[in-house]
Design a protein around this ligand. Structure first.
Ligand SMILES: [Ca+2]
Ligand SMILES: [Ca+2]
Length: 131
């Protein structure tokens, strides 16, 4: 089996498991390999994560949700999300969509590679991060 390749960006390392999972299962999977779902604190980090995605047409979970308080996105680390790159049409899920992901390139150019709130139970690709 090939070793896990964690890719460095700034002070973090990112890794893409080769699977789809619900948001909660994705976070659990990241924890078992010593990380957590990815945090994205600026456009450079978003660009980096987008550049490493191996399934361009898939949406990718990242480690933010508004499960605790509707409309207030927090990272799995507990910190409040301060950098957003939602298209004009998102977030649109209110209490039905509480987990954050990045749209794949199947979406229109105004939406692809940007953030989306989606149903946490849906299974999608995901990116883990560790320090
Ligand atoms: Ca929500
Ligand atoms: Ca949405």
């Amino acid at each position: 089996m090939r070793d896990k390749i964690w890719r460095k960006h700034e002070f973090s390392f990112y890794f893409e498991p080769n699977k789809n999972a619900s948001w909660q299962s994705a976070q659990a999977e990241c924890i078992t390999i010593g990380g957590r779902l990815a945090t994205i604190r600026n456009q450079q980090a978003l660009d980096f994560v987008n550049s490493m995605r191996t399934v361009p047409h898939a949406n990718y979970w990242i480690g933010a949700s508004d499960l605790e308080t509707e409309g207030i996105f927090k990272y799995v680390t507990g910190e409040i999300v301060a950098f957003f790159n939602f298209p004009d049409t998102e977030p649109n899920g209110e209490t039905q969509e509480n987990c954050m992901q990045i749209f794949g390139i199947h979406k229109d150019v105004t939406e692809r590679d940007k953030m989306n709130d989606n149903k946490c139970d849906e299974e999608h690709r995901f990116i883990c991060e560790r320090n």
